[in-house]
Ligand binder design. Structure first.
Ligand code: ATP
Length: 228
């Protein structure tokens, strides 16, 4: 059974339609890459799933129950952890307090987050706004994990980070994948994204135009929809 299933999603910003029919599925333990050029609807798709921009049409279900009409906190409680674009942490809380604020009972603890991101252990009592960009991103992932999600959604988690820090983020994603977490990931760097992806979904102008295995992404599809 698919964990997340979306079909025919249509989402608007006021009167302006951004999604015209997005189809997407993520299975248990699967890593799905959501791809497409700038402005094609990746972030809007994620916001639709999480209840931040509820779709006006389509079906959307998670672990067998509908997400349509659910507020964001309800979606989170069902087991979807979001790492939003722009890594939003509480700037005037410490690393530890940021993690505590997100915590819900389950397998993820401060210790486990600090094992995944040893840098966060070193910065435990530091305010989030004094962290480097990479450390803030690790904290944003840590916060999402503290909710004990069944599905983790990452929107541009490596954006603007130095190569060595990007590798830290990707290796944490690999570890989470090995532990069986389902992950939906948007990232501009295809050469880093494709090796971790089990499947790809490609958006063009708010519509799913292709989905398949990373090795099936032909030059034609890359040229037509991904601008490479
Ligand atoms: P990027 O990689 O640039 O973030 P994206 O694929 O995530 O792009 P979206 O941000 O989902 O694309 O944008 C999809 C469409 O919705 C675009 O046409 C965009 O201009 C529009 N859009 C996004 N946010 C808003 C908003 N707050 N108000 C109005 N239109 C918006």
């Amino acid at each position: 059974m698919m964990l997340l299933e979306a079909a025919g999603l249509e989402t608007f910003y006021g009167a302006s339609q951004a999604l015209f029919g997005v189809d997407l599925a993520v299975g248990e333990g699967e890593v799905v890459a959501l791809m497409g050029r700038n402005g094609m609807g990746k972030t809007t798709t994620i916001r639709s799933i999480c209840g931040l921009n509820p779709p006006r049409a389509g079906t959307l279900s998670f672990a067998g129950s509908s997400l349509r009409g659910l507020r964001p906190h309800r979606v989170a409680r069902l087991g979807i952890g979001l790492v939003p674009e722009g890594r939003r942490c509480f700037p005037n809380l410490t690393v530890e307090e940021n993690l505590t604020a997100a915590a819900r009972a389950g397998a993820w603890t401060h210790t486990r987050i600090e094992t995944l991101f040893p840098r966060l252990a070193e910065r435990r009592r530091q305010y989030a706004d004094t962290l480097s960009g990479g450390e803030q991103q690790m904290l944003a992932v840590g916060r999402a994990l503290m909710t004990n999600p069944k599905l983790l959604i990452l929107d541009e988690a490596t954006e603007g980070l130095a190569p060595v820090i990007r590798q830290d983020i990707w290796s944490s994603i690999r570890k989470l994948k090995e532990e069986g977490l389902a992950i939906l990931v948007v990232d501009k760097t295809m050469s880093e994204l494709l090796p971790v992806a089990d499947r790809c979904v490609v958006l063009e102008k708010g519509t799913t135009v292709w989905s398949g295995l990373p090795e099936e992404l032909s030059d034609d599809i890359r040229n037509r929809y991904l601008g490479v």
